[in-house]
Design a protein around this ligand. Structure first.
Ligand code: HEM
Length: 140
């Protein structure tokens, strides 16, 4: 079960953070070859797919992450590991909030979407930092 949950966690990380990286480093810089009309059509189709993929990744990360806490940290006394883990989870939750803000199809979030590229850079950078903290936590 432990291996299964870590596998779920890592697969969700690869698909979720990988998706952000693909958006930012490959898709957005390549949109210039399309006409405005084509660009809008592609952006719409990609947004619809990214919505479900990112929501699924967030759900799986939360379930497997909570399980990992129960498995690896529950018995541990408060200390450096818990502190770093708390910092990691806080960063992850802010990252999730940014992704939800960019993908929930409500007018209230349009202001956030105007600066889509900036928020994607912030989210991707946070994801990379979260991976660094996780690697540190694992090695100890
Ligand atoms: C952007 C979101 C996240 C990323 C990129 C991420 C990444 C990772 C990575 C790379 C590992 C290392 C797995 C290993 O090889 O041992 C890990 C482990 C872990 N994650 Fe996450 N994670 C995220 C979200 C979460 C959340 C939301 C929670 C808690 C609710 C969580 C809790 C844990 C725990 C407890 C471990 C085990 C740590 C250890 O090995 O000591 N993660 N995570």
């Amino acid at each position: 079960m432990t291996t299964f949950m870590l596998w779920i966690h890592l697969t969700a990380v690869v698909v979720g953070i990988g998706g952000l990286g693909f958006f930012l480093l490959i898709l957005l810089p390549s949109l210039g070859v399309l006409s405005t009309e084509q660009r809008e059509a592609l952006s719409k189709a990609v947004a619809a797919r990214f919505r479900w993929v990112s929501w699924a990744a967030i759900t799986l990360l939360l379930i497997s992450g909570l399980y990992n806490i129960r498995r690896y940290y529950w018995e541990e006394a408060w200390g450096k590991s818990w502190l770093l883990l708390t910092f990691k989870i806080t960063l992850a939750l802010v990252l999730f909030a940014i992704v939800l803000g960019l993908t929930i199809p409500l007018k209230a979030f349009d202001r956030l979407r105007v600066r889509r590229r900036t928020w994607l850079v912030v989210a991707f950078a946070m994801g990379v930092v979260v991976i660094l903290i996780s690697a540190y936590l694992r090695v100890g």
